[in-house]
Design a protein around this ligand. Structure first.
Ligand SMILES: Nc1ncnc2c1ncn2[C@@H]1O[C@H](COP(=O)(O)OP(=O)(O)OP(=O)(O)O)[C@@H](O)[C@H]1O
Ligand SMILES: [Mg+2]
Length: 460
């Protein structure tokens, strides 16, 4: 039996507003989680370059191998975990994340990386105070998003996170607001007796889910990162007896309970989805392969190992798919299009030139309009789909009469010898691996090109 893989339960701490207590929340939550259950693996990393994580968790003299930058460049997450203070695993921070932003294609990159990370237990992700592509990835990968809010301005800001969730079809339930930096000395008259009650009421009124626990503003906590050692002390060890200590305990208990209730974290679901997706791609590829005609679409000879395949052909209605050999297609262009009736030897300059241009072109053949069914339209496009040439040829009565008629009726022939309302596209392929054009991403590119071309030729 295959060993079980590890999938992290991911808690992302995020808010567009700076200085609301994200990092304080992320780091101390990690430590309290560990204090509640020392057998629970807890890991943390940050997309910020403040190195707070490193200052808090690095053990003196510890050699650091790899950072968050390596994680994003596909080093396996569990291989980057450093055992840190208080039993928390951390991945060292990096200064070079802005350079990697371009490699983030879409919001699912981190989800994939974490699905393959083999990081066990709970993973906490601290983010920068904005909603850039990195933060979006951290949101997308999360089982639980904690959004600290300290005032109305930060609550207004979190509207963007909710909108992003709605846009991506993510479940709002995984978002949870936490009133932070609450000054308990401030009291109001009337219905909302203090800041946290007021914030909570506003949050609920806007349809946001708000955590029962809030974090007080505490001078003790504020002092924890100002000391002669230049270190940052945790609330667990240096804030005993404060309200904040109890609040973090409650928060960590809730997190552990939610973690235990989650039998399938997003990382596992994502991994399953990706496996299905890979399978689907594989099946689609084999489907395209098996639909290929076994003979050259110009000369009709069976294709084999020694065939010099150079073009892929597909009719716009998908009914005909197959290959053409290099020499066959050059001969076809020479005789059917350029009307040179002598057979030119391989080293003839005209022949070589036509061969070379053809390798940089896409060709399209289709019938004329409904009322002129006896003509064939021939188009040449560049590989981006810009039309370079358009010509018309008469359609011969019998397929055997000329190569052009033979090719068109062979590939676009329909009911009672009529041509179908479709076009044939001829696209160059690599001779070493012609089928690579049928592989997912390449095929998708070709279909895009086909659509561009379809808009320019008369057939649908
Ligand atoms: N509960 C608290 N009581 C008092 N001060 C706090 C509390 N939580 C955080 N702070 C202080 O508030 C400041 C900002 O906190 P923190 O760095 O955690 O915020 P942040 O949201 O991560 O900021 P940034 O957006 O810059 O990353 C820090 O000086 C921190 O010590
Ligand atoms: Mg921070």
């Amino acid at each position: 039996m295959r060993a079980m893989k590890n999938y992290p339960y991911v808690i992302t701490v995020s808010s567009e507003k700076g200085g609301v207590g994200k990092t304080t929340l992320a780091t101390n939550l990690a430590i309290f989680l560990k204090a509640i259950d020392e057998d629970l693996p807890v890991s943390i990393f940050s997309f910020d370059n403040h190195f707070t994580i490193d200052k808090m968790f690095a053990i003196k003299g510890q050699k650091q191998t790899g950072t968050v930058a390596e994680l994003l460049q596909d080093t396996r997450g569990c291989d980057l975990l450093h055992t840190g203070q208080y039993g928390v695993n951390y991945i060292p921070s990096s200064n070079s994340l802005p350079d990697l932003r371009g490699t983030f294609k879409g919001p699912m990159v981190l989800a994939r990386i974490l699905a393959e990370s083999e990081i066990p237990g709970i993973l906490i992700v601290d983010t920068r105070p904005d909603l850039d592509v990195m933060t979006q990835n951290a949101l997308f990968a999360a089982d639980r998003v904690l959004v600290p809010i300290k005032d109305m301005a930060s609550m207004d800001n979190c509207k963007n996170i909710f909108e992003l969730f709605d846009k991506r079809g993510l479940d709002r339930k995984s978002l949870s607001l936490i009133p932070c930096l609450i000054d308990e000395r401030i009291k109001f008259d009337g219905m909302f007796k203090d800041q946290k009650t007021l914030l909570k009421a506003f949050a609920i009124n806007r349809g946001y889910r708000c955590s029962d626990t809030f974090i007080s503003k505490s001078p003790k906590v504020e002092s924890l990162n100002t000391n002669p050692d230049g270190r940052i002390y945790p609330i667990l060890t240096h804030g005993r007896g404060t309200d904040v200590y109890g609040q973090f305990t409650a928060l960590a208990q809730t997190a552990v309970a939610e973690y235990k209730e989650t039998s399938e974290p997003r990382a596992l679901l994502f991994d399953n989805w990706q496996k299905e997706e890979d399978q689907r791609k594989k099946e689609a590829y084999f489907g395209r392969l098996t639909g290929l005609k076994s003979e050259c679409l110009v000369c009709g000879k069976e294709l084999g190992q020694e065939s010099q395949i150079a073009y892929y052909c597909e009719s716009s209605d998908g009914a005909t798919c197959g290959y053409i050999e290099a020499d066959c297609f050059t001969s076809f262009l020479l005789s059917a299009i350029f009307r040179i009736d002598r057979e030119l030897p391989a080293e003839d300059p005209t022949r070589m030139m036509i061969h070379q241009t053809a390798r940089q072109s896409v060709f399209v053949l289709n019938r004329g309009e409904e009322d002129s069914t006896d003509t064939i339209h021939f188009h040449r496009f560049d590989l981006q789909g810009n039309e370079l040439l358009k010509k018309q040829y008469p359609l011969a009565d019998q397929a055997g009469q000329d190569l052009l008629t033979g090719m068109v009726t062979g590939t676009l022939g329909g009911y009672e010898g009529q041509l179908r309302d479709a076009f044939l596209m001829v696209h160059p392929v690599s001779g070493d691996n012609p089928a690579s054009i049928l592989v997912e991403d390449n095929y998708r590119e070709m279909v895009k090109l086909k659509k561009r071309i379809a808009a320019q030729v008369s057939a649908v």
